[in-house]
Design a protein around this ligand. Structure first.
Ligand code: ADP
Ligand code: MG
Length: 299
């Protein structure tokens, strides 16, 4: 089940290969540490009140402030060896994303967008440089801590939805709660709430194949948000959808960014569609050949 949050080649295949329902009670794969709950050392750190203040300030303002980073990439590189050749998928990128900011990563196919997003998600580790999420260096985390971090702090959605086909929608959305060891009795209400939020309250028992593409992506968004992460990362979330359904998904993501009530979320969305980026993002960062070639602040 941990593989839901780990990325090795095509995630979907891995999910299909590795997920076994009988592992439900097997915690050997992920062992959240004693301290990793609402009273964890991290959340109890003396910095917390400051963070909360900064966050509420930056959510209502536009974009980044110098102290309110959700994610900070410091000279991050990720290269792949292919025989003799070295592919620099991401090359020395430095980028700060403010708490509450909506950042679009734009660029042609192969420019390094997914690689950078996966590094920010902690699904992949940089060859050099570092990534900080909410002030924590991902490189300093053990794989268990990283899994917990991804489960609680970051929600991820992909172009191809990545719902587990053998499970119902509500079982898919419940998975992150199980990983977070949310007591069984609390889960149904949380799942229902997440599904209602994306307009799927009446589809809970459907399996992914019984849902439209748009509904599957809504389900994936509900799964990404059920643990109420501060950060939502989305890799071409409308890429497999027709334009009308894509619009619906985008307005849902915009609502998640700035809900009518309650705290907003930091959004990092990969897209190759400039129009989408311009319409929704606070800032557009364009990648070319693994490096930032352009940066535009829109709002
Ligand atoms: P984008 O998402 O912008 O289309 P990617 O981040 O997927 O681009 O890929 C950037 C570059 O890195 C491409 O040249 C791609 O072929 C290469 N690349 C990505 N993943 C791997 C991998 N696992 N092994 C080798 N090369 C890779
Ligand atoms: Mg990509």
């Amino acid at each position: 089940m941990l593989l839901l949050y780990s990325y090795e080649g095509t995630m979907k295949q891995k999910l299909l290969q590795r997920y076994r329902p009988e592992e439900e009670h097997d915690n050997s794969v992920i062992q959240p540490m004693q301290s990793e709950n609402s009273s964890s050392g991290f959340r109890n750190s003396p910095v917390k009140p400051l963070r909360v203040t900064l966050r509420s300030m930056t959510v209502s303002e536009s974009g980044a402030t110098s102290n309110g980073f959700a994610i900070r990439a410091e000279s991050v590189s990720r290269s792949y060896k292919m025989g003799e050749a070295v592919i620099r998928a991401v090359h020395e990128i430095s980028l700060d994303i403010g708490k509450g900011e909506f950042l679009a990563l734009l660029g042609t196919s192969g420019s390094g967008k997914s690689t950078l997003l996966n590094l920010m998600a902690g699904l992949d580790r940089p060859t050099s440089g570092s990534i900080l999420a909410l002030g924590r260096d991902l490189a300093a985390m053990s794989s268990e801590e990283l899994a917990t971090h991804r489960n609680r702090t970051i929600g991820i959605v992909f172009q191809s939805f990545q719902l587990l086909p053998r499970m119902t929608l509500e079982e898919n959305v419940e998975l992150p709660l199980r990983l977070a060891e949310v007591p069984r009795g609390e889960r149904p209400a949380r799942v229902q709430e997440a599904l209602e939020r994306v307009g799927l309250g009446a589809r809970t028992r459907h399996r992914p194949t019984e849902l439209s593409g748009g509904e599957q992506q809504r389900g994936a968004i509900a799964r990404a948000l059920v643990n109420q992460p501060m950060i939502l990362l989305a890799d071409e979330p409308t890429g497999n959808l027709d334009s009308k359904t894509g619009e619906e998904i985008m307005s849902l993501i915009a609502q998640i960014h700035r809900p009518a009530s309650g705290p907003g979320r930091t959004i990092v969305m990969v897209t190759h569609e400039r129009a989408l980026a311009e319409r929704y993002a606070d800032r557009i960062v364009t990648l070319s050949d693994g490096a930032i070639s352009r940066e535009e602040r829109l709002r």
